[in-house]
Design a protein around this ligand. Sequence first.
Ligand code: HEM
Ligand code: CU
Length: 659
Amino acid sequence: MGIKWDEFFITGDPLILGSQIAIALTMLGIVAGLTYLKRWKWLWREWLTTVDHKRIGIMYIISAVLMFFRGGMDGLLMKAQTSRPEMTFLDAQHYNEIFTTHGVIMILFMAMPFLIGIMNVVIPLQIGARDVAFPQLNALSFWLFFGGAMLFNISFVIGGSPDAGWTSYFPLAGKEFSPGIGNNYYAVALQIAGIGTLLSGINFIVTILKMRTKGMTLMRMPMFSWTTLITSVIIVAAFPIFTVALGLMTFDRLYGTHFFTLSGGGLDMLWANLFWLWGHPEVYIVALPAFGIFSEVIATFSRKSLFGYKSMVISIVGIALLSMVVWVHHFYTMGAGPAVNSFFSITTMMIAVPTGVKMFNWLFTMRHGRIRTTTAMMWALAFVPCFVIGGVTGVMLAMGAADYQYHNTLFLVAHFHYVLIPGVVFAVFAGLYYWWPKMFGFMLNERLGKWHFWLFVIGFNVTFMPMFFLGLKGAVRRSYTFSVESGFSNLFLVSALGSVVLAAGFAVFCYNIYWSTRHADRNIPGDPWNARTLEWATASPVQAYNFAKLPVVDRLDAFWHMKKANSPELTLKQDEIADIHMPNNSGLPFVMGVVFGVAGFLLVFEWHLAAAAAALGIFACLIVRSFDYNDGYHVHKEEVEKTEKAWRLREGEVNHYVG
Ligand code: HEM
Ligand SMILES: [Cu+2]
């Protein structure tokens, strides 16, 4: 068993050969650069072994930017291929592989790590804590995610990419119709990354329930903390379903079982049901935190507290519950019958209600507010109309009977990009512009930010708006080409041109990071936006231990009111400073990520004995961990005092210090 050696490296395609060379050169470049700058030790000590939530968050975000680049390239390649009728730039097989990797990477390796990264950076600060509940587990989450992502990405050059769509439906995804190993990558890599996500969910639930600072009741939590809590609950509810489904898929593909293969008495639609039982909640796993980000940004830049806080919380909980009972809307055409389809039509449409409530809450927050159109706020402003288009077309798709027309057309593709790009990508950009100073101690350039914004938003609309009309005219999704006679040419061309503008917007964002890293002012206050929540009561960038003394909260938006009242809570007195206990770094999570990755790789290639041997490494790591009695270190008083003085005593700082 196992793969033949001549199939190991993908050869014969100039595009892939070019990428192989580029990847090899980049790797060499990184190794050479690190060696030349003598940064290996630094990399290991400060980053690879870190258990600091802020650094872990930053590593998530860096990975997400890279994955956005890869997923975006896939998107552009597809747009290039369909820019003209009968193009031969990509063949059918290649197109299949590209929309599959694009979908998986965008959802699981771009949207998820971006949001989990921002949660990591922000949540402990927002609730007034020194870290998450389980810092080392947090690092393990990251390295499992990263191991899974890397494993998935190498499929492109070693062994072959999965090609059965991001939904990987059976029977297509089974061994019979996809005998290559591409779909093994899907089953194994998503499993590894998924375990990481599940652990993150558990970690954030415990963190938010147990580590809030004094006085911060649940109903005094910032909205981003609420959305993170509910998202984590959905993660814990939904990801195990995916774990099981992928496990069964692995058995079907690797060990000849027949859970999903019709020929062996299995049920192919069982996969579709399990997939969407996870997959639909997954959409809310990425959308809810994004709503939380918009809530923070809109409140701050309207200089008002969030309108309808309670109804917002109720809506989030409502969306979370409903998200579990709508999954069949992804396959009305399965033939479950009118009664079943009607039930799922109604539950799906019901989601529009709490979502509408949230929309109005954001609008009412802005009403009579003194709005500041910073780049972060611009993303929130653009989100509202764009997301409404995504939502309204969603209600159209929700109607079971009508869906027989829309199903599998580009109308659907346009719909979910109108949900995911404004609902997730705009939010991530808003969040990055907003919280950047907390992460890095300087701001992203606002002028470049505006360029980034306009190019991206215009490009996005020009790319995806035509797809609605293409879909209504009958253009199907996942089709690598079309004929001149179809009459689709013009709309496809406009859409392709739009994607170039979109890409230019992303390029400006990357340039902004580069420019700001080199030139931005490093002398910025802790609270540069005049914001409302506790993360702004820290230095920019945040001190390693977050808070010298944990803040005490007596209402919602407490930091804002402390500033108004010039409250003594903002002043650190010398006698309040004490030693701060911190967890030690650990190399174990990184090692476990590597071991999981290697074992996964061997499993993908169906080298079972080797995979089993590598998996023993996981147990070895667990054993080592059980004998780890090290319980951290203390940051000494004197050092805390020095650090706090350095930022609190600066002019214009709202956080004070008295000796
Ligand atoms: C950045 C610009 C983007 C472009 C140019 C783009 C373009 C495309 C295209 C052309 C398709 C395939 C249409 C077809 O033939 O069926 C597609 C599918 C898809 N896209 Fe995007 N997309 C972008 C961003 C995103 C983002 C941000 C997400 C998610 C967060 C996303 C998720 C998906 C998914 C899940 C699919 C379905 C894949 C499948 O059929 O298995 N895309 N996209
Ligand atoms: Cu759904």
